[in-house]
Design a protein around this ligand. Structure first.
Ligand SMILES: Cc1ncc(COP(=O)(O)O)c(C=O)c1O
Length: 387
């Protein structure tokens, strides 16, 4: 039995999405910018997908710009707005210290071009405090960027409150909603943001496609220079089959989110409770609420996370030590470090993220295997330790 509990890294395609992508690849080869029949067929399908994505986040279709995924959306949001706001003399950017690298490294790149950047600290809850924003925001701040849900620990941030604060200082509010879209209700108006990033492969759609929601009236400099695609906001012929797949995934997520959320949350809680109960020296990292329903991040005292990850993989169980981008290195997670967790927790933590195809049998398989593996690895650590 193989178990995939790494849905925050990426998700398998939903039933229906594969068919939609295949059919579009085969039948809709026209360029959506072409005026003839073939182009207009593709354009109509693209517009349907745009409406589905807009409906999932409570937006107008015309505000949705298709991109090549979450990373591009984050880059576009921050660089596109920064380049426009630079002209107003604003030169300060704020983001939380637990953002994805797509945001953090974009801030670093802008810092090299003279922007002042501030990272908002978080405490052990893994939630940004609006008080910190109040202290650090100035009338020079151009953009505040705080993710909706964290990819490593799943905590949900108080975006509406942060957005109100950003606006009170004349700044724009961006949220990276890559890990919340499709998992919990996301409503751009209720969040009160100006820019929102999402990525299809995190909600059972294809990889390499996503969207940036740009509130109507927000002035943005495009990232790419080229043709007039996407209303002059994102040059390049659209990836029609992938976008149609994203539309299908968005429709499915909208229809099933609440019911699926409850189901997955019960499985996540079953797993989490059993681990805490049966394995001594375990703790959940970050606040358990508010949190997306599919994620838990747990530290295992005296067990090196990479060793446990490999031991689980040998048993056919796929989990993660944090963000996929930093795996393969032994760098402890920047999120857990920013939360102020001690090294024995930042280096000993695993993320379990569940989703559409997760079952109780899979949870029980992990609960069955994990205590034995932890005990074995702890035994090895004891033997290796000098007496
Ligand atoms: C919070 C967050 N933002 C952005 C990204 C990047 O998205 P993509 O893989 O579509 O570029 C990820 C992916 O791990 C993510 O978790």
């Amino acid at each position: 039995m193989r178990v995939y509990f790494d849905y925050n890294a990426t998700t398998p395609l939903a039933p229906g999405v594969v068919d939609a992508v295949i059919a579009a690849t085969r039948d809709l080869f026209g360029n959506p910018s072409s005026v003839h029949y073939y182009g207009q067929q593709a354009k109509a399908a693209l517009d349907e997908a745009r409406s589905a994505v807009a409906a999932l986040i409570g937006a107008e279709p015309s505000e949705v710009v298709f991109t090549a995924g979450g990373t591009e959306s984050d880059n576009f949001a921050i660089r596109g707005a920064a380049e426009t706001l630079e002209q107003t003399g604003r030169r300060h950017l704020i983001a939380s210290a637990i953002e994805h690298e797509a945001v953090l490294n974009t801030l670093k790149a802008l810092a090299r071009r003279g922007w002042r950047t501030t990272l908002l600290p978080v405490d052990q809850t893994g939630i940004v405090s609006p008080d910190r924003v109040r202290e650090l925001i100035t009338d020079d701040t151009a953009i505040v960027s705080v993710m909706h849900a964290n990819n490593e620990i799943g905590t949900i941030q108080p975006i509406a409150e942060l957005a109100a604060m950003a606006h009170a200082h004349g700044a724009l509010m961006h949220t990276d909603a890559v890990q919340s879209t499709g998992k919990i209700p996301v409503d751009v108006r209720a969040l009160g943001v100006d820019l929102l990033s999402l990525s299809a492969h995190k909600f059972n759609g294809p990889k390499g496609t996503g969207a940036l929601w740009i509130k109507r009236g927000t002035r943005m400099q495009p990232l790419l220079t080229g043709g007039k695609h996407e209303r002059n906001r994102r040059a390049g012929t659209e990836n029609v089959p992938a976008i149609i797949g994203m539309g299908a995934a968005a429709r499915l997520a909208a229809a099933k989110m609440i019911e699926e959320g409850r189901r997955v949350e019960a499985l996540r809680n079953r797993l989490e409770d059993a681990i805490l109960r049966t394995i001594p020296g375990t703790a959940v990292n970050g606040a358990r609420q508010p949190r997306v329903p599919n994620t838990t991040n747990i530290s295992f005292d005296r067990v090196e996370a990479e060793s446990l990850l490999i031991a689980l993989d040998l048993e056919g169980i796929a989990v993660s030590t944090g963000s996929a981008c930093s795996s393969g290195t032994l760098e402890p997670s920047h999120v857990l470090r920013a939360m102020g967790l001690p090294p024995h927790r930042t280096q000993n933590s695993l993320r379990f993220s569940l989703g559409m195809y997760s079952t109780q049998e899979e949870v029980d398989r992990v609960i069955d295997v994990l205590p034995r593996l932890v005990e074995k690895l702890r035994g090895l650590t004891r033997k290796a330790a000098p007496v």
